[in-house]
Ligand binder design. Structure first.
Ligand code: GLU
Length: 481
């Protein structure tokens, strides 16, 4: 295992902007960020946009938006690979000059034909290295005369290439199984293998933390580091994220876009906590703990805590984290997040700030997500709200209950004060006088006051809404549709 006490490490998140920021990418970004912050290092953002057809500025914006949402600030970049093509071409030149790379004149059609033949004969479809035989002077002359060619890396034919992965330990590949991969295409555009190494060296990265799906690319990168005489960074490959059915996480399992979780009303810090524990644990001392705020995550993060086994994305767990964070947050801290939800639905609260804050404290233990504050909890913040039809059907079915609630309204109107104790006393005395169960009135009143069948303690709700609103809403009970 690599020891891990780097002085000011430099790490990066290097997304390809061919899609939105997905859960796996966000987790990679988070691990790099936590590692950089833990050691006071540098977190670099690099946009790998050399696939011009599939990359777009909108996707870049979407990725940055997702990173900002989970609070992953970067120290350098974003650097765009599309603006760094010269570096890749120069790197290819160096490899050509030192004999670690060669020009390949094989056309696409020829390569396809040979691949098909190899497949038919049961041979691996690897490049047959035929252009490696061409004398370099002859190859250069052909290129100079305008013949189209790619640049390939000359993989040693014997031996093996290995690296010490900080998560997986020693990983070794037989060189015979590594193809002479393309570095630069005939149009001058680098492949991922070339640009990633050229940049990782140029940006002086010390640790490469990324998805385990890149393990098979790593020997091709290690070979280039060696050929270029550059020191190897520490590689740490992070296990995959699976859905509950243990297949690789995909849209079939639900949302994979990070921003979709924002839209579901997830608190960003809850999402970050949940993501951090997908494939990482803070060690035996914290075995029974799952809630870690951002400072704690930064303090506890280490590559040693990354697990070799795949992580499972559990939506119920995420929902649990979310409710825990909502409960633990002060009303002041929740307010901006709630205001964003209100903004999205065009909702404006009609109560003064002090009352809004105490109302948030009253209802937050029942929130499933931030959207509830703009949905099920509307009645607490303004007088225009809807009654849940199921709640009405269940608890305001009886006309008699509705009329009694209206009559109860006038009792509250004429009582001296409205405290939780007095509100309860008034209701219970009234129920007894009318020969009806207090529970029936409590359930009916809850719907009349909040539009919902479940709510915090009814009497606390009455005090929160105040006498005037309580009276008005109870008096309306006979007319609720
Ligand atoms: N751009 C690559 C990707 O999106 C990441 C490259 C790397 O981390 O080496 O998967």
């Amino acid at each position: 295992m690599m020891s891990e006490s780097p002085v000011a490490p430099r790490v990066r998140f290097a997304p390809s902007p061919t899609g939105y920021l997905h859960v796996g990418g966000a987790r990679t970004a988070l691990f790099n960020w936590l590692f950089a912050r833990h050691f006071g290092g540098t977190f670099i953002l690099r946009i790998e946009d050399t696939d011009f057809e599939r990359s777009s500025e909108d996707m870049v914006e979407g990725i940055l938006e997702g990173m900002r949402w989970i609070g992953l600030n970067w120290d350098e970049g974003p650097f765009y690979q599309s603006k760094r093509l010269d570096l890749y071409r120069q790197t290819a030149e160096k490899l050509l000059a030192s004999g670690h790379a060669y020009y390949c004149f094989c056309t696409k059609e020829e390569l396809e034909k040979r691949r098909a033949e190899a497949a038919a004969a049961g041979r691996p479809p690897m490049y047959d290295r035929r252009c490696r035989q061409i004398d370099p002077a002859v190859a250069s002359a052909r290129k100079a005369s305008g013949e189209a060619c790619a640049v390939r890396f000359a993989v040693p034919e014997e031996g093996s290439t290995s690296f010490d992965d900080a998560v997986f330990g020693k990983v070794e590949f037989a060189n015979a199984e590594i193809e002479d991969f393309v570095l630069l295409r005939s149009d001058g555009i680098p492949t991922y293998h070339l640009s990633v190494v050229a940049d990782d060296i140029d940006m002086r990265l010390t640790h490469i933390i990324r998805g385990a799906d890149h393990i098979s690319n790593t020997p091709k990168q290690v070979l280039q580091y060696r050929a270029l005489g550059a020191p190897l960074p520490v590689f740490a490959h992070v296990p995959l994220i699976l859905g509950p059915d243990k297949t690789r996480l995909s849209k079939r399992h639900g949302a994979t876009s990070v921003m979709a979780y924002k839209d579901m009303g997830i608190v960003p810090e809850a999402f970050r906590n949940f993501l951090a524990l997908l494939g990482w644990t803070p060690g035996p001392a914290y075995k029974d703990r799952e809630i870690f705020n951002s400072e704690e995550l930064v303090q506890l993060f280490s590559l040693e805590g990354i697990s070799k086994s795949n992580a499972v994305f559990d939506n119920d767990k995420l929902a649990w984290f979310n409710t825990e964070y909502i409960r633990a947050y002060s009303a002041e801290k929740l307010l901006p997040l709630i205001e964003e939800e209100w903004g999205k639905t065009g909702f404006t609260p009609e109560r003064p700030k002090e009352e809004i804050l105490s109302t948030i404290d009253l209802v937050k233990p029942r929130a499933r997500n931030l959207k509830d504050f703009a949905g099920a909890f509307r009645a607490y913040f303004c007088d225009r709200f809807e009654y849940d039809p199921a709640a009405v059907a269940k608890f305001l079915k009886e006309e008699s209950v509705r009329h009694l609630l209206a009559e109860l309204a006038s009792r509250y109107e004429s009582s001296a004060e409205l405290s939780e104790a007095s509100a309860e006393q008034t209701l219970r005395a009234f129920a007894e006088e009318k020969g009806i169960k207090a529970g029936a009135l409590i359930n009916g009143a809850r719907v009349a006051l909040t539009g919902q069948a479940v709510a915090p303690s009814l009497f606390a709700v009455m005090v929160n809404l105040g006498r005037e609103r309580t009276v008005r809403r109870l008096a309306l009970a006979p007319r609720i549709a």
